[in-house]
Design a protein around this ligand. Structure first.
Ligand code: NAP
Length: 266
């Protein structure tokens, strides 16, 4: 089974565990007996979650409050992960920006790349040598259907998720035969704090209700995918449709359509 058996010393590390998909991943893994290391900036949220998981599942929960866009803070975490038994790494923390790039805040766009790209690469590279030498481990990378095609109106976000999608699938193949797996989670719209964090609450009304998944549904599919050592998990009908249309629709048709849709959001 690609998801290693839990042991008292090993940790399942989840970035972005203070809300949304990350919080539900923490519940799924704790339920299976994994002791956790939770990473995010909001300490109060992490403390409340840790208390709940310790009480309900009797697992150990370590907290690592960290701004993953900060290279120095990330280096400290990277060092710790490289020297500890990490059985599972869920690279989940991420955010989006919407709007035309030339009108956007350059610092916020840079932070988006640091979090959605550089942190994913850093932390994955910190844990893989140990996992491969032990012949056991599972990495989850949360990409998105947003990374399947360019998104005019969310240029940086779609490019960061293209990195996550491609990076994850390439590593999955590199790891064949090592006992370690890498799984890409590529969701479509999920009800979380994501749109609020991107400052586009109107977006909630642009997508029909039936198309949204809950964080719980997505996290459950993701952990089932880890258990099966899957290359990709694309939860829900809309995400599968996005995947297909993003890959096969000519760019000349797709880009104007996406631009008009995201103009209404951003
Ligand atoms: N929701 C969707 O529709 C959707 C669709 C496809 C993919 N995704 C992806 O799913 C992942 C999880 O997002 P979500 O939907 O669950 O959104 P969310 O509820 O906003 O959760 C984002 C998480 O990332 C953490 N985070 C943000 N900035 C951080 C930083 N600088 N350092 C450390 N942690 C940081 C947040 O914690 P703090 O604020 O406490 O730091 C939070 O725990 C993201 O990678 C997102 O791109 C989401």
């Amino acid at each position: 089974m690609p998801l290693p058996q839990p042991t008292p010393d090993a940790r399942a590390v989840i970035t972005g565990a203070s809300s949304g998909i990350g919080e539900r991943l923490a519940h799924e893994l704790a339920q299976r007996g994994h002791s956790l290391m939770l990473v995010a900036r909001r300490v109060d949220k992490l403390e409340t979650l840790a208390e709940q998981l310790q009480t309900e599942h009797g697992v150990t929960v370590d907290l690592r409050p960290c701004d993953l866009t900060d290279r120095e803070a990330r280096a400290t975490l990277r060092e710790e992960l490289a020297n500890q038994t990490v059985s599972v790494l869920c690279n989940n923390a991420g955010f989006a920006t919407f709007g035309k790039l030339w009108k956007s805040d350059p610092e916020r766009e840079r932070q988006e790349v640091e979090l959605n790209v550089a942190a994913v690469q850093d932390l994955t590279m910190a844990v893989l040598p140990g996992m491969v030498s032990r012949g056991a481990g599972a990495v989850l990378i949360v990409g998105s259907t947003a990374g399947i095609q360019p998104l005019p109106g969310a240029a940086t976000y779609s490019a960061t998720k293209a990195f996550a999608n491609t990076f994850s699938e390439a590593i999955h193949s590199e790891l064949q035969g090592t006992g370690v797996t890498c799984t890409l989670l590529a969701p479509g719209p999920v009800h979380t704090e994501f749109m609020q964090a991107a400052n586009v609450p109107k977006a909630e009304h642009q997508v029909p209700g039936w198309a949204w998944l809950t964080a719980d549904q997505v996290a459950r599919s993701a952990v089932a995918g880890l258990e099966n050592g899957q290359r990709t998990v694309v939860p829900g009908a809309l995400a599968k449709l996005f995947l297909h249309s993003g890959r096969h629709t000519p760019r000349s048709l797709l880009l104007p359509l996406v631009r008009r849709t995201l103009n209404r959001i951003g």
